[in-house]
Ligand binder design. Structure first.
Ligand code: ADP
Ligand code: 5GP
Length: 205
């Protein structure tokens, strides 16, 4: 599947909801989409490549980019700074590519307040318990980090109504179908009652 003209898509989710999994699947099954490579002050994790996963830069370099107005948005997330580079977006648009931004709620709100045209999608987990289980099963975080991510999750989901679309990542194939319908048809049949129930569940802990 292919979009006719380049577009900007923003995907946000609480950590562990499955955003990276969904984006990976989307990129492997579509043409002409690129995941934006953000700049970050976070150190690389094992296996991450500079220029591919992120542009890994120092605090000073990050400050200098802010001063040069080089970001379309930037934010501090889990103690590190992250920003979307204007130059990257401009280059990919010239190449005719649609871009996926995997950014947090703060960054999304900055883009929403600007005049940059975009389609935004918030991914919810099916429940608090499932989100916690996914973080535990992923085995990439300490107990303390998981607790912090769960606390952040409760804050982030309170902004989900600001997004154009909300999807629930329960059964992966169904979620992928919903994601593609949004991207290619700007259509979404999400169950509003289910979303309401999930929000109540997430906030009740
Ligand atoms: P995020 O990028 O939102 O932090 P990940 O994509 O890393 O989340 O997913 C968190 C964990 O949940 C991973 O171990 C992933 O394999 C798993 N996962 C993602 N989507 C689903 C799903 N629909 N059903 C079951 N497990 C999932
Ligand atoms: P990670 O360090 O796990 O790769 O990413 C942590 C969080 O930072 C994720 O929620 C991700 O969406 C967010 N993030 C990554 N790049 C950017 C960015 O350029 N801007 C903003 N605002 N958030 C980002």
């Amino acid at each position: 599947m292919q979009n006719n003209h380049p577009e900007l898509f923003i995907i946000s989710a609480p950590s562990g909801a499955g955003k990276s999994t969904l984006i990976r699947k989307l990129l492997s099954s579509t043409n002409n989409f690129e995941l934006s490579v953000s700049a970050t002050t976070r150190p690389p994790r094992d296996g991450e490549i500079n220029g591919v996963d992120y542009q890994f830069i120092s605090e000073n370099e990050f400050k200098s980019l802010i001063n040069k107005n080089a970001f379309i948005e930037y934010a501090k997330v889990h103690n590190h700074k992250y920003g979307t580079l204007k130059s990257y977006i401009d280059r990919k648009f010239i190449e005719g590519k649609s871009i996926i931004l995997d950014i947090d709620v703060q960054g999304f709100m900055q883009i929403k307040e600007s005049n940059i045209s975009n389609t935004s999608i918030f991914v919810l987990p099916p429940s608090f318990k499932v989100l916690k289980q996914r973080l535990e099963d992923r085995r990439s975080d300490t107990r303390e980090a998981i607790d912090k991510r769960m606390t952040n999750a409760r804050k982030e989901i309170q902004c989900c109504d600001e997004y154009d679309f909300i999807i629930v990542n329960d059964e992966i194939d169904i979620t992928m179908k919903a994601l593609k319908e949004i991207i290619f048809e700007k259509r979404n049949d999400s169950d509003k009652n289910l979303i309401e129930k999930i929000l109540i569940d997430m906030l009740s802990y």
